[in-house]
Write a protein of this length. Structure first.
Length: 293
């Protein structure tokens, strides 16, 4: 059953935005770059102080989305109520246009692990995630988006394809989906999945945001390769092509450039966003021609 969540119109436009990191706070305040929206990690602003005051200034000019990285929707021990309340405090102050979290786990016995760890794709894990999404949406009185993971291992006892798992979470809870096309590409390459079939398995009406990022390629001793979702470089050509496929399926939705390691100058991020804008314009023209045919 879907959660009873408040109706809030999104202030995030169906355009390209960038992830705002501490290194670019002052540049954004001073330059006021021409960017449609920005997204920040919620946990980075829970401590108040200068970062939060800087974000207060930025949000006067640019719509902000909140992207959580630490709530651990997949933990069997339940959500940390104190962490959930801190999320609500940031949301009440920033008034984000979108809020999102990850389908992953990162907390055990009260200890936070510095990673987004994969879940077994089982009915039990599905029940846990849906219960926690319902709890989060009810507590915040907001509809959230949940993001598909990037993974490097699979579990032998998984019984549900990942794309079906994501679709069922959306159907049961009424949440939206944050489609990270780089994550899909990375996982598909690592596990031998069909990335296009993954996209086809997601419900288009539920897609509320797309993420784009760079990833690293590690060459293994056995001659194979492993792709690592490290957000430390530019989007690769194969992911740009896959992004065009996602636009053709889902239409225009807010698209974010993520870059969390080896962070470049702000101008580099803005150039990546302009490239995404170009692909969105092409998709819009192609969609208009298809409608007119």
């Amino acid at each position: 059953m879907s959660s009873a969540v408040g109706s809030r119109a999104s202030l995030i436009p169906a355009k390209a935005g960038i992830g705002l990191r501490f290194q670019h706070h002052h540049a954004v305040v001073e330059m006021r770059p021409d960017i449609a929206w920005m997204e920040v990690h919620t946990e980075n602003y829970m401590g108040g102080g200068p970062p939060l005051r800087c974000l207060d200034a930025i949000r006067r000019d640019v719509p902000i989305a909140l992207h959580g990285v630490g709530l651990s929707l997949g933990s069997t021990q339940g959500l940390d109520p104190a962490h959930l309340d801190r999320i609500r405090q940031v949301a009440d102050r920033i008034e984000p246009g979108l809020m999102s979290e990850h389908v992953a786990w990162s907390v055990v016995d009260g200890h936070y692990l510095p990673d987004l760890l994969p879940l077994p794709m089982t009915e039990e894990a599905l029940d846990v995630v849906c219960r926690h999404v319902d709890q989060m949406q009810s507590y915040l009185n907001r509809r959230i988006l949940v993001e598909n993971p990037s993974t490097y291992v699979t579990f032998r006892h998984s019984t549900i394809p990942e794309w079906e798992f994501m679709a069922v979470v959306a159907a049961r809870t009424g949440c939206g989906l944050l489609c990270d096309v780089n994550n899909i590409f990375v996982s598909a390459q690592n596990h031998g999945w069909d990335a296009s079939a993954y996209l086809a398995g997601l419900p288009a009406p539920a897609i509320g945001e797309i993420h784009l990022a760079g990833h690293a390629v590690r060459h293994l001793a056995d001659g194979g390769t492993l792709r690592i979702d490290d957000h430390g470089s530019a989007v690769v050509p194969e992911v740009w092509a896959f992004y065009q496929e996602a636009l053709a399926r889902f239409g225009l939705v807010p698209t974010l450039i993520e870059w969390d390691n080896n962070i470049p100058p702000l101008d580099v991020l803005l150039a990546e966003a302009r490239r995404a804008t170009g692909f969105m314009a092409i998709a819009e023209r192609e969609g208009a021609r298809a409608d007119a045919a």
